[in-house]
Design a protein around this ligand. Sequence first.
Ligand SMILES: Cc1cc2nc3c(=O)[nH]c(=O)nc-3n(C[C@H](O)[C@H](O)[C@H](O)COP(=O)(O)OP(=O)(O)OC[C@H]3O[C@@H](n4cnc5c(N)ncnc54)[C@H](O)[C@@H]3O)c2cc1C
Length: 338
Amino acid sequence: MAAMAAALRGPGRRFRWRTQALAGGARGAARGAAAGQQDYDLLVIGGGSGGLACAKEAAQLGRKVAVVDYVEPSPQGTRWGLGGTCVNVGCIPKKLMHQTALLGGMIQDAHHYGWEVAQPIRHDWRKMAEAVQNHVKSLNWGHRVQLQDRKVKYFNIKASFINKHTVCGIAKSGKETLLSADHIVIATGGRPRYPTHIEGALEYGITSDDIFWLKESPGKTLVVGASYVALECAGFLTGIKLDTTVMMRSIPLRGFDQQMSSLVMEHMESHGTQFLKGCIPTCIRRLPDGQLQVTWEDRTSGKKDTGIFDTVLWAIAQCASIFFSVLSCSRKNKKRDP
Ligand SMILES: Cc1cc2nc3c(=O)[nH]c(=O)nc-3n(C[C@H](O)[C@H](O)[C@H](O)COP(=O)(O)OP(=O)(O)OC[C@H]3O[C@@H](n4cnc5c(N)ncnc54)[C@H](O)[C@@H]3O)c2cc1C
């Protein structure tokens, strides 16, 4: 945000929507940037809640702004559009799935209040997922339109720094683009972490990056972790009547008020979420019928146990996604533009 404030203090610039294909022009462009001729007043890396808000404010204040956003697919291959975590794999789809669960509870209660509802009620994951995904796609489109309306240029490229004023972006097609700016804001957010030391974790597990984009119901699910992401996912899965277990190593909702956290857990247990407390998974294997056999260890007794699930969802932590660094796109640039 400091970079953005500085950008807003600087003199106005003439608009030059200019990008340079790297082939042939990279060194010249990077030198131009170093000499103070930038394409933009402000370049924002990351088109999530933070990056978009920053870019739109700067544009509203008369700056020439560009946003670059690129979603690295999840290990399971899930990808999504503009808007970052909140829109695509966070707050928005999560709240829609909570709403699904709440509606189910109300329909179940409804007959006590005189409503004639056929029992038992059934839920169709496919239908819900399609509606959630269509809503998210409409938001992706809305963000693109908002950027266009504010004359913020959007690039669907993965950025890495060449020097402090120049960024190299690589598109899905492999095409490289150089962009320069007086100020560059890093708003790259975070992504869910996998426990890479656990056999089968990466091959067979999913994360919150995948759950909202599943076309089929996850079925009987083991959620590993006791973060708010873990408990929220377990909450809506239980709410739509899926057999759901949370495996937690120590305390729930670390960093939150522990009295409140216990109440949350008790409430979830009373609604059917199962908890495996003080346990850590050690191995996941796929069985011939496609189900997942999870082995875990009780940390107090040291005893091992196993269970069979359809889905294992890791919700153990987020890690910052600054997967770009002060590196050049090509060896040539690296030598020339430190
Ligand atoms: C399941 C879940 C539920 C949540 N629920 C809530 C909630 O209810 N309320 C709440 O306040 N928060 C919630 N959050 C947190 C919230 O989603 C995040 O705090 C917020 O989205 C972070 O925004 P951001 O702009 O910092 O990053 P992000 O939204 O992650 O955006 C960063 C963007 O930058 C892109 N990017 C990264 N590196 C590069 C690069 N080198 N080049 C180009 N693009 C790049 C990323 O792909 C991404 O699109 C939830 C999160 C999750 C996972």
